[in-house]
Structures are given as C-alpha cells and as structure tokens.
Design a protein around this ligand. Structure first.
Ligand code: SF4
Length: 293
C-alpha cells in the first residue's frame, strides 16, 4: 500500500446530523471492495484511481496529537472515502490502532462497513462503549447474496454481514443497518427490502436508515453504466434516461415502498429516523456526564 503525506486527520463536521459524529477521519483513501455504485468515485472527491488504496503517512501519530489537543470529548466517524475494513486493514491495522487511541483518550466512534473483519475489533469496541458512545453501521444495498456478489464484488456477502451484526449486537454493541443505496429496478422490490428488514430485526439491529435511490454523476456514472452492461444490460437505457438531467435517480414505487417500510419498522420497533438513531446511542453517555456534573 502506498502512503501519502497528510496535514490533518480529524475534520470537523458541520453539524452532528450524520450519525451524530463531531469529526470525520479517513485513514485510507480509495477502496477495492468494488461496489459498482460507490459515490466516492465521483470527481468532486478527487480520488484518482479509486480502487488503488492509499494510506496516510504518520496518520496515527497525528491522530494521537489531535485527540490530545481537543478540549471536549467527541464522537469520530470513520471511513467515508474508503471502508475502514478494506483489504489492507487486515495487515496494516490503522483502524484498530485508531480505536486504541479513542479508548485511551476517551472518544466515541461511529463506524460504517461492509466487512465482517470488524469482528476482529469487537474487544476494543466493547472497551470504548464502556465510557463513550459506539455505533456500528453495516451497509447493504440488497440482502440477496447472488446479486451482491456482482454489485459489491470483493467484500463480505450480505449473509456474512448479517452474521457479524448478530455477533456484535449479542455482545451489547449498538449496531444497525444503512440501507443505501437502493438501486432502482435492481434492488428496490418490496419483497427483498422486507426480507432485509425482517433479518435485521432477527439479528438484533437497533435501526435501519434507508436512502431511496442512487446518485449517478460524472466518472462514477460512467463506471456504473459499464458494470450494468454486464450485470443487467436490459436496464442500461432506463438508467441513462433517468439520470440524463438529474444525478439522483429514485427507486420505483417510492411512496408505496416508503409507506410499507415505515409500517414494518414501527411494527418491529426498529428506528429509521436519524434523530432517534443518534439519541439512542448517545443518550446514556450524556446522562452519565450530567449526573457526574
Ligand atoms: S465498501 Fe464503501 S467505500 Fe468501498 S467501494 Fe463499497 S461503497 Fe465504496
């Protein structure tokens, strides 16, 4: 893996709207998990050759220094420009070492991944959750293993992610599902979504947060269309037309699917509102801080 110089690791988030994080960091850039819809391929993120993963020089030393300098404890979100558990993490353990720093300096963490390698770090996540908020999100675009092996080529299958979710929630870690993107005409049929919601509940998820469609812009759109030619050539024209003037392409039967989704989540007592998802995993620590005060 190539290492590139970096000036800073922690970036302040504008508000805590995304999973309640105060800062984000990316220890890696690029990802070779091969999700055909990955928005991080878009030109606006400036990652050339997206499937070649690079790390940041001295990332952990810089992170330790930045954490020590913070006056207020906070929640750090990891991995928007890569999966924190990409293939290099097994060897380089940058994510694991960052978790050790969060534990040492009393910071919380919110991780999103498609890889069951996260189970390796269960011990550390448990330790951190003893004193600071921890949220683990598994991202899915479908529950169908056969389809996932074509659209998310080099990462744990949905069934493996569900098994990892089960293990983490059984150990008491707050975990849920980011159902995103849902791909129009490919992964948006209600029976597939319903199956995913039911399995999420069975495996202990606290929430499911959906994104009802896919974004398609510049080089990422070109890449998606190239892949679609092999996976579902019959859908290519439909996608080209739908994304010609707008980079957001919503799922088919949007209103009806949303209605069924909300109804099912309410029945199963699964959270789907971002505000509630954040409250649930951060509430306990705020109460503890207040009572100490
Ligand atoms: S795992 Fe995440 S970062 Fe990696 S290719 Fe898939 S969507 Fe992109």
């Amino acid at each position: 893996m190539n290492l590139l110089p970096a000036k800073k690791i922690l970036m302040k988030t504008k508000n805590k709207a995304w999973l309640g994080t105060d800062y984000t960091m990316n220890l890696y850039k690029g990802c070779h998990h091969g999700c055909i819809y990955c928005d991080s391929r878009s030109r606006c993120y400036g990652i050339e050759n997206f499937e070649r993963v690079t790390g940041k020089q001295n990332a952990l030393q810089m992170l330790a220094l930045e954490l020590q300098q913070k006056r207020q404890k906070a929640v750090i979100g990891d991995g928007s420009m890569s999966d924190s558990y990409n293939a290099f993490e097994k060897k380089y353990q940058l994510t694991r070492q960052a978790l050790e720093l969060f534990d040492t300096f009393d910071f919380g963490v919110s991780l999103a991944t498609k890889s069951d390698l996260i189970l390796r770090d269960q011990d550390l996540l448990k330790k951190i959750s003893g004193h600071a908020p921890v949220n683990i999100s598994f991202s899915f675009s479908t529950i169908d293993d056969a389809l996932a092996s074509k659209i998310e080529k080099r990462v744990s299958l949905p069934s493996q992610r569900m098994a990892a979710l089960k293990e983490l929630t059984a150990s008491g870690l707050y975990s849920g599902i980011l159902l995103m993107p849902i791909l129009p005409a490919l992964t948006d049929d209600w029976s597939t979504i319903e199956k995913l919601v039911l399995q999420a509940k069975e495996n202990g998820a606290a929430y499911i947060y959906p994104f009802w469609g896919v974004t398609l812009r510049d080089i990422q759109k070109e890449y998606y269309f190239q892949q679609l030619k092999n996976i579902a050539p019959n859908l290519l024209q439909k996608y080209q037309q739908a994304s010609a003037d707008n980079y957001y392409y919503p799922i088919e039967n949007l209103m009806e699917t949303k209605r069924k989704f909300k109804k099912l989540c309410c029945q199963l007592q699964l959270e789907y509102s971002m505000t509630r998802i954040i409250e649930k995993y951060q509430q306990r620590y705020q109460v503890e801080q207040l009572s100490l005060f």
